[in-house]
Design a protein around this ligand. Sequence first.
Ligand code: FES
Ligand code: FES
Length: 162
Amino acid sequence: MEKKLLRFTVNEAPYEIYVNPKTLLVEAIRDHVGLTGTKRGCETVSCGACTVMVDGMAVKGCSVLAMQVDGMKITTVEGLEKNGKLDPIQTAFLDEGAFQCGFCTSGMLMSAKAFLDETPKPKDEMEIRRAMEGNLCRCTGYNAIIRAIDAVAKGNYREDKQ
Ligand code: FES
Ligand code: FES
């Protein structure tokens, strides 16, 4: 099958790559761009391990073709850290022990980040739990993850406080 030219931005760096039209976004990020923080899990749009941000929205990287994000801005877990400083959501995950094996963590972080960008003050814990429904974790249970997101929402991890 003839390859297509995909132009997109990943973590603020522009890329022009040739991909098979059937290439998934998660494959383009891992195999073509070389950023392997984004995980390939179920590949059936169930687990959320492949979640990245596309123009600021959380999107499962196995749910869209790479060519569907032509011209768009992608943020992966590698793009959360800025100038050597972790994003507040990353620090909160560390402090709360919100992971064990870590396989789900990059997807969790990206969903949490997109949620908090859009909803900086969630009205209760249920709103956070609902936002994270698409991300599955087989190790930790979810309480520490929800606590970490809640702590950021409450202002405990503002960038100027780290
Ligand atoms: S790998 Fe995409 S949702 Fe599981
Ligand atoms: S920390 Fe292992 S799957 Fe979530």
